[in-house]
Design a protein around this ligand. Structure first.
Ligand SMILES: Cc1ncc(C[n+]2csc(CCOP(=O)(O)OP(=O)(O)O)c2C)c(N)n1
Ligand SMILES: [Mg+2]
Length: 323
């Protein structure tokens, strides 16, 4: 545990975290300019979970996330241009503009979907893990979900089956303390809504600092090793916080000011930046940030220039063709 972090790793982490943060800032602006239909759920403040977990995974491992899923998709390598295009409903989007912010999917990067129904993707992750086991693929399936999801039946069914069949699944709970507007301690009888439940399924449950990239990488590394050995799943509970409201319609006034301030002080992007500044040559962090920002500007320009899908493609990729 806690393998040393190199300057190159810190550079990669800052680059990706800055990219995710900047991507979501631009998405927020696009929505407020009325350029996008629907809604969006930002992961601002939770970037470390996606970046840390990805650092522990192999390119052919699978991840499944939620409607709050921009960070998972980008951290796994989805191109920002095709993610912007998807959110803007353009034909060059990862789902050809038919999925939008809540449904980013990119099988070529192991992003097996983002799901808007709370808890629905946990059994799907178990299906991925089962396919890996029966075909002896050596791949793990990582399922990201929120604290509130632990109160959904599908969470328990999925964890139970994965534990009984010793499937290579990793259940990563991003405990941001709220389920929409409800504090988790009002709906969970245990202190750690996900990890404390692990004992009931006879599997490890670990609680980690979800704003510490290295801690997440190490925890997922241990869980992935266990999964690949055939020893079964792990629940990793990452304690974190969303800086903004649940969705773009939520001003988040139900949260105590001091609580918000406490977590803003623990901003994971600023933390990685400080770490990099302490080890790299002067100017490295600014250079990384400028490059990420330029990359995003180019990606957004490309997405905005792309056409909307033609009406004739409406049902393409919607129905499976009979063989
Ligand atoms: C089955 C189901 N019930 C209710 C909702 C409405 N809903 C959307 S997000 C959400 C909160 C989920 O909270 P949590 O699991 O903590 O994830 P977070 O949004 O904090 O990332 C709810 C209740 C839904 N989408 N699906
Ligand atoms: Mg939550």
């Amino acid at each position: 545990m806690n393998a040393a972090v190199s300057t190159d790793e810190l550079t990669d982490w800052l680059r990706m975290m800055t990219l995710i943060r900047g991507f979501e800032e631009r998405v927020k602006n696009l929505f407020s300019q009325g350029l996008v239909r629907g809604t969006t759920h930002l992961a601002t403040g939770q970037e470390a979970v996606a970046v840390g977990a990805s650092a522990a995974l192999q390119p052919d491992d699978w991840v499944l996330g939620t409607y709050r899923g921009h960070h998972h998709a980008l951290a796994r390598g989805m191109s920002p241009a095709s993610a912007f295009a998807e959110i803007l409903g353009r034909s060059t989007g990862v789902c050809r503009g038919k999925g939008g912010s809540m449904h980013l999917t990119d099988v070529s990067h192991g992003v097996m979907g983002s799901y808007a129904i709370v808890g629905a993707h946990l059994p799907i992750a178990v299906g991925c893990a089962w396919s890996s086991k029966i075909q002896d693929l050596g791949r793990v399936a990582v399922c990201f979900f929120g604290d509130g999801t632990t109160t959904i039946g599908a969470f328990h069914e999925a964890v139970n089956l994965a534990a009984v069949w010793k499937l290579p699944a990793i259940f990563v709970c991003e405990n941001n303390r709220y389920s929409e507007y409800t504090p988790i301690d009002q709906v969970s009888p245990v202190a750690h809504a996900a990890a404390d439940r692990a004992a009931g399924y006879g599997i490890p449950g670990v609680v980690i600092d979800g704003n510490d990239v290295a801690a997440i990488r190490d925890a997922v590394d241990v869980a992935a090793d266990r999964a690949r050995r055939g020893a079964g799943p792990t629940i990793v509970e990452a304690e974190t916080y969303r800086h903004g409201g649940h969705s773009r319609a939520d001003p988040a006034t139900y949260r105590p000011e001091q609580e918000v301030e406490h977590w803003l002080q623990r901003d994971p992007v600023a933390a990685v930046r400080r770490q990099l500044e302490a080890t790299a040559e002067p100017g490295r962090a600014e250079q990384v940030e400028t490059e990420a920002s330029d990359q995003l500007d180019r990606a957004l320009e490309e997405a905005l220039a792309a056409p909307e899908p033609d009406l004739s493609t409406l049902t393409d990729d919607v129905y499976a063709r009979a063989l």
